[in-house]
Design a protein around this ligand. Structure first.
Ligand SMILES: [Zn+2]
Length: 434
């Protein structure tokens, strides 16, 4: 059996792995490249013939794992895409959001709504923990605890068990369940986004959040929270809901101005049976974990602007490089009493990275000087840290490991931690015999 890594080699985007075994060819993920020069990379032809691909197994909905699926269909793929139900629903809104951006910003869109509708018709959903068959191979999915519906895949092929981690979640996340452990494997493919880093405790992050809310209430100012639409927004709503309802912070108006996050939250509500105990206990006690006094889904940006301060405004994107948050930063970033609360890693080249470094930013080619206070919470990551990655791989005790989906130094750091002889950092498009 052969395995080739066609993305996410030495980087965290473009996840796509090809497996050729038992007379079939399948992909695990078919993600979009993001960041510098990514448009050109996404335009390049696949290094395989899409018509020959029998199946795609989608670990989760994030664009860097699902984003080239419509192109795959356009190029001739007619097989099935296997995923959980939440992954299917979330992938659809993420792909449509992406197509809307292409329509607005690009002369040659990578795909359109018709391509999305075609690939969505190719989906077949499964339940966690059940053994399923695809052609002549068997597979089983477990909960990766990364975002709602995220999967770890176990494949049973030619007498071997091959495991793909997908993106693994962080511990103690309030909505998704804890990551399932694998009890044995021959080969493990593991992500390494934070292969060399240890996350701060989540409780510290919640305390930071409360402190910033109290500060804007006291100053009658504005707290801007740039947030990713899927998972991060819902987790922040969960935490703010708890802080307000347990009266740890006083009443404050909270606006969510992100059409994608609003749609994603309604998908989260649809799949409460995927939530972990912490959330289910609250829901059973009668609480709506995504709603509280003062919370409004913004239908009209003008109303958000006109409402009096103090207030919290949450909007995408998490790295301030898209969505509606730049609009609010342009207005509220000039006032020293306001706070911009970054709550995720800010990649190089993003507006968030410049804000983090206290540099001027440019919105619609106009220089904006940030005078607002810039705060950071790093414990809300939805990725496993190096300790968790090491423990997770060690529990499976495989004879061979491939480390992908991480910048090179993160992958190397994880390699050094693992007490396993055969560990490979795959080279893009090289074929490995397993
Ligand atoms: Zn992800």
């Amino acid at each position: 059996m052969n395995i080739s890594f066609l993305g996410a080699c030495g980087e965290v985007t473009g996840s796509c792995t090809l497996v050729e075994a038992s007379g079939i060819k399948f992909l695990v993920d078919c993600g979009m490249f993001q960041g510098l020069n990514s448009y050109e990379k996404n335009l390049e032809n696949f290094s395989f013939n899409p018509k020959e691909i029998d199946f795609v197994f989608l670990t989760h909905a994030h664009l860097d794992h699902s984003g080239r699926l419509p192109i795959l269909y356009k190029e001739g793929f007619r097989g099935k895409v296997f995923s959980t139900k939440p992954t299917k629903d979330l992938a659809e809104i993420i792909l449509k959001d992406s197509a809307r951006i292409f329509e607005k910003d690009f002369k040659t869109p990578l795909f359109d709504f018709n391509d999305i509708s075609n690939i969505m018709n190719s989906f077949e959903t499964f339940d966690y923990y059940k053994k399923n068959q695809a052609g002549n191979i068997f597979f089983r999915a477990l909960d990766a605890g990364h975002i709602l519906g995220s999967s770890i895949f176990e494949f049973f092929i030619e007498g071997k068990k091959i495991v793909f981690s997908g993106d693994l979640g962080n511990d103690n996340a309030p909505i998704v369940r804890d990551t399932d452990l694998i009890d044995s494997a021959d080969v493990v493919v593991v992500e390494s986004t934070y292969g060399g880093k240890v996350h701060a405790d989540r409780k510290e992050g919640v305390a930071e959040l409360a402190k910033n809310i109290e500060e804007v209430i006291q100053k009658k100012s504005v707290l801007l929270i740039p947030s990713f639409s899927i998972e991060r927004t819902q987790e922040l709503l969960f935490e703010i809901n708890n802080l307000i309802e347990s009266k740890k912070v006083p009443f404050i108006n909270v606006f969510l101005d992100s059409p994608l996050a609003i749609k994603a939250t309604s998908i989260y509500r649809k799949y409460e049976d995927f939530f972990d105990k912490e959330s289910i206990t609250l829901i059973n006690s009668g609480d709506d974990i995504f709603d509280f006094d003062g919370f409004k889904e913004a239908k009209d940006t003008k109303k958000v602007l006109d409402s009096s301060s103090p207030k919290i405004i949450m909007a995408g994107s998490g790295m301030c490089s898209g969505g509606r948050i730049p609009f609010y930063i342009k207005i509220y970033g000039k006032n020293k009493d306001n706070i911009i609360l970054l709550n995720s890693y800010q990649a190089e080249g993003t507006m968030g990275r410049r804000i983090e470094a206290h540099e001027d930013i440019f919105i619609n080619n106009k220089k904006v000087q940030i005078k607002a206070k810039v705060e950071k919470i790093l414990s809300f990551s939805s990725h496993a840290d190096s300790i968790k990655l090491k423990n997770w791989v060690s529990k499976a005790n495989p004879s061979q490991v491939f480390i992908n989906h991480g910048e090179k130094e993160e992958s190397l750091a994880l390699k050094r931690e693992l007490n396993i002889k055969k560990v490979t950092l795959p080279v893009l498009a090289e074929k490995y015999l397993i």
